[in-house]
Design a protein. Structure first.
Length: 333
């Protein structure tokens, strides 16, 4: 009996050690706030200062930089693959149709240069993109959301144009397709409606929504869910074949990060079909109505929480990937 108790005790001790080792490994390979505390303690200050220089000259870059982070995370995870240039043998994500309207790559390159001058070979481009997206939003005028960014991502070495077509949710998705797309990335329905609130800033080309105005079902009709007065105004700006004109996603407030987006969606004035679709589900619809009536009650906090979740999608950590010397190119060994 004593021998049996001894064996049980040893087994329990080994089990505890194994569990602790697994937990420590998981923690070591995960993201965390202050990841560069010892290797590059001033990284967030450097990123903020470098980003501020660009934002002071072009504050409208906040929207495309936020969108760039989203597009990076939804394709191959948050690994900086959106930043890689195409080569003679491969077309990268950057040159995919959904990404051709992205702007701000020079910001990421400029921030990377500033970080490399202080901490060479330490901070990934994926982490820089996550920080720049947060800082660019935080530098907009008025009250803005702010969230702590867990760091420790490493950069991927693969970027393929075709991956964007099956991973990025297009503006014409219905609510079922949107929920499925977000669920495939580990994001829930609340994350969907909260992150859609990012449409409170920025602009869109007419081609992303003219189908709702002129040929919704293929019969030359208009989307019946679209407010008629809003549709008339959009038609004045966008002709059926217009692919160049830019339209504010949140008219009158597109430079301000606020809850006005939800007010517009509640009034059936969401620009995209994917915006209007939020009213087709009880959970997303209830959130839209909450933010449309309470104005600031929970949105900023919710947005930060969902951004942190999004920033964890498919990250490379530990020995995976690399720390790129230049964000547009993989390292050559």
């Amino acid at each position: 009996m004593a021998q049996l108790r001894k064996r049980v005790l040893v087994f329990m001790q080994l089990t505890i050690l194994f569990v602790c080792a697994v937990l420590n490994l998981a923690d070591a390979q995960g993201l965390k706030v202050g990841y560069y505390e010892k290797t590059c303690p001033s990284v967030e200050k450097i990123v903020k200062q470098a980003t501020a220089k660009f934002m002071s000259r072009a504050p409208t870059l906040a929207a495309p930089l936020l969108r760039m982070h989203f597009h990076d995370c939804f394709v191959r995870g948050c690994d900086g693959s959106i930043l890689l240039n195409s080569t003679k043998d491969n077309l990268s994500e950057k040159d995919a149709p959904p990404n051709l309207s992205l702007r701000g790559y020079q910001v990421i390159d400029g921030v990377k240069t500033a970080v490399e001058s202080k901490c060479p070979g330490v901070v990934s481009c994926a982490d820089i993109l996550a920080l720049v997206a947060r800082d660019a939003v935080s530098m907009l005028k008025g009250p803005v959301p702010y969230w702590k960014v867990p760091l420790g991502r490493r950069d991927g070495r693969v970027s393929i144009m075709q991956d964007t077509f099956t991973n990025l949710p297009p503006p014409f998705f219905n609510i079922s397709q949107l929920k499925s797309s977000f669920a495939s990335k580990g994001l829930n329905v609340k994350d969907l409606v909260v992150l859609s609130g990012g449409h409170t800033i920025g602009t869109s080309h007419c081609s992303s929504f003219t189908g709702r105005l002129y040929n919704f079902t293929g019969k030359g009709d208009m989307d019946p869910s679209l407010d008629s007065e809003y549709a008339v105004n959009l038609k004045k700006k966008c002709k059926p074949s217009d692919v160049n004109t830019l339209v504010e996603m949140d008219p009158g407030s597109f430079k301000t990060f606020d809850e006005e987006y939800y007010t517009l969606v509640a009034k059936r004035r969401g620009l995209f079909n994917s915006d209007a679709a939020l009213l087709d589900d009880k959970e997303t619809g209830d959130y839209v109505k909450l933010q449309a009536t309470t104005q600031g009650y929970t949105f900023f906090k919710d947005f930060g929480v969902s951004m942190v979740k999004m920033g964890n999608i498919g990250v490379l950590t530990g020995e995976a990937g690399e720390i790129r010397k230049s964000c547009a190119f993989v390292n050559y060994y």
